[in-house]
Design a protein around this ligand. Structure first.
Ligand code: GAL
Length: 427
C-alpha cells in the first residue's frame, strides 16, 4: 500500500492510475447520539490558523444552521501536541466527530487500527471524485477505500524573507539563490549584518527545514526514493544535505527549541530575522500582520535547480464510533465544498484541493502555489504526514532533536536516519 502510493507520487508526470474511489459504502460511524453538536478536533487554535478555522466554521454555520460546531482544538503547530491527545482519545474509545489529519501515509496507523470509517461513499454523494486532482484521490485511496477528505493543499518548502532586512544586509531581495550553497552564503551575509540569519522553532519546524533541504539537494526522484527504499540514506547526497542542514542550523536562533512556528515567523515579521523556511500557512500570518507582498516580505522555494512543490494536504476524517456521524458528514460536506475550500484557503495561505473553483482573485503568493502545484515535481512532506506513517516521522524527529542539540554529529545522525528508514520500510 505504501509502495503503491509512493510510486504514484514519485512518477515523473504523476501518471494516470485507475480511480477506485467509489468502491466503498460510505461510513456511517458507530455512535448513538443524534445531538446537534459536532465536535471538530484540529490544532488550529491560535492566530492565523484559528482565523482559517473560523472561516470554515462560518461556512458550516451557513450550510447547516441547525448544527452547532464544537471546537476541540489543541494548540501546537503541526499537531505537535494534538496528535498524542488524539491517540489517547481514540484508544479510550472517545473519538471526536471528526479530526484533522493529513492526506498520505500519516493515516496508515489509524486505518490499520480500524479507527476510521471509509468515506468513499461521500466522494460519490458530494461529487468529489472528479473535483479533486486524480493523483490526490489516488494518494488517498487505500485498498479501494478512502478515509479522509482534503480541505486544502499546502506547500512545505518555501523560504520567506524580510525585504528590508535583506536590503540592509546588502542582499538583493528579488534574487533567488541558485542552490542550497548559494542560499547558505546569503544567510551568512544576513547574519553578519547583526540579525538572526534564519529563524526556526521547535523540533517539527527543524524537520520542516530538513525536508526542504533534502528536496532541494536530492531532487524529486531521489527525495521520493527516500520513502520507498530506492534512495540510500547512507549515500553521499544525503551526507551533503545533512551538512547543509548543520550549516543552516548554526545560523538560526539559539532559543529555537522553545519556539513554535508562529514565534519563528514573528521574528521575521519584526525584522529580527532575515529568512524563515516554513510551509505556506506562514503567508497567512504575514497577511494578518498587514505586511505587503514584495514590499515587506518575499518568498521563493528552496531549490537545487529543479522546481519542486513540497506537498501536504489537510484532510478530515470520520472516526469509527463518532457520537454524531451525520454531523461529521455535514462538516465533511462544508470543508470539501467549493465555498468552503475557497473561504478556508484565502484565510489559511493554502490553495483549494478542488480544481473546479475560481481562484482568479487569490493573492499573488497563492497564484505561485497554484502554478507550481500544476507544473512542478511533487514531493510529499515528511513533517506533515504525506511521506511516512506517524512512527517513522517521530523517530526522525527524535534523531533530529538529538542532532540539533549537539548530541550527535552528521555521521551519527545519518546512520540513525538510515537505520530508521530500514526498520520502518520493512515494518
Ligand atoms: C500542518 C498543517 C497546516 C498548519 C501547520 C502548522 O501540519 O497541515 O495546516 O496548521 O501544520 O501548524
Amino acid at each position: 500500500m505504501q509502495r503503491r502510493n509512493f510510486l504514484f507520487l514519485s512518477g515523473a508526470g504523476l501518471a494516470a492510475a485507475g480511480l477506485t474511489a467509489c468502491g466503498g459504502s460510505g461510513g456511517s460511524g458507530g455512535g448513538e447520539s443524534s445531538s446537534s453538536e459536532v465536535e471538530v478536533f484540529t490544532w488550529w487554535a491560535q492566530g492565523s490558523e484559528k482565523a482559517g478555522l473560523d472561516a470554515l466554521v462560518a461556512q458550516f454555520e451557513k450550510d447547516y444552521p441547525d448544527l452547532t460546531f464544537v471546537n476541540a482544538s489543541v494548540a501546537g503547530g503541526a499537531g505537535s501536541a494534538a496528535k498524542d491527545m488524539l491517540q489517547s482519545r481514540l484508544q479510550a474509545g472517545d473519538p471526536p466527530d471528526t479530526f484533522q489529519a493529513h492526506a498520505g501515509l500519516e493515516l496508515t496507523d489509524y486505518i490499520d487500527a480500524g479507527q476510521l470509517e471509509d468515506v468513499s461513499g461521500l466522494y460519490e454523494e458530494y461529487g468529489l471524485t472528479d473535483a479533486f486532482p486524480e493523483d490526490l484521490v489516488t494518494l488517498l485511496t487505500v485498498d479501494d477505500k478512502i478515509y479522509s477528505i482534503p480541505s486544502n493543499i499546502h506547500r512545505s518548502n518555501v523560504v520567506w524573507t524580510n525585504v528590508a532586512v535583506l536590503e540592509a544586509a546588502g542582499i538583493d531581495p528579488t534574487a533567488v539563490p541558485a542552490d542550497v550553497e548559494a542560499f547558505i552564503a546569503d544567510v551568512e551575509k544576513a547574519a553578519a549584518s547583526g540579525v538572526t540569519g534564519l529563524s526556526v522553532g521547535t523540533t517539527w519546524t527543524q524537520v520542516n527545514l530538513l525536508e526542504a533541504i533534502l528536496m532541494a539537494d536530492l531532487g524529486s526522484t531521489s527525495y521520493n526514493g527516500l520513502w520507498t527504499g530506492e534512495t540510500d540514506w547512507s549515500g553521499g547526497e544525503v551526507t551533503t544535505a545533512l551538512e547543509h542542514f548543520e550549516a543552516l542550523i548554526a545560523l538560526t536562533n539559539t532559543d529555537r527549541d522553545g519556539l513554535d512556528w508562529t514565534d519563528a515567523t514573528q521574528m521575521l515579521i519584526d525584522g529580527k530575522a532575515a529568512y524563515n523556511i516554513m510551509g505556506d500557512w506562514a503567508v497567512a500570518s504575514f497577511q494578518q500582520a498587514d505586511l505587503t507582498d514584495g514590499e515587506d516580505f518575499g518568498y521563493f522555494p528552496l531549490s537545487g535547480g529543479e522546481e519542486i512543490f513540497g506537498f501536504l494536504a489537510d484532510s478530515f476524517t470520520l472516526p469509527v464510533g463518532a457520537p454524531n456521524p451525520d454531523g461529521a458528514k455535514a462538516w465533511l460536506d462544508t470543508i470539501s465544498s467549493q465555498d468552503g475550500q475557497v473561504a478556508f484557503s484565502l484565510a489559511k495561505g493554502s490553495i483549494p484541493a478542488r480544481t473546479d473553483v475560481d481562484t482568479a482573485e487569490f493573492p499573488a503568493y497563492q497564484q505561485t502555489a497554484i502554478d507550481s502545484y500544476a507544473q512542478d515535481a511533487i514531493c510529499p512532506s515528511l513533517a506533515h504526514g504525506a511521506a511516512t506513517p506517524v512512527a517513522w516521522l517521530n523517530e526522525v524527529s527524535d534523531a533530529t532533536s538529538k542532532f540539533t542539540t549537539g548530541a550527535s554529529d552528521v555521521a551519527g545522525y545519518q546512520e540513525e536516519l538510515a537505520t530508521i528508514a530500514e526498520s520502518n520500510a520493512s515494518a
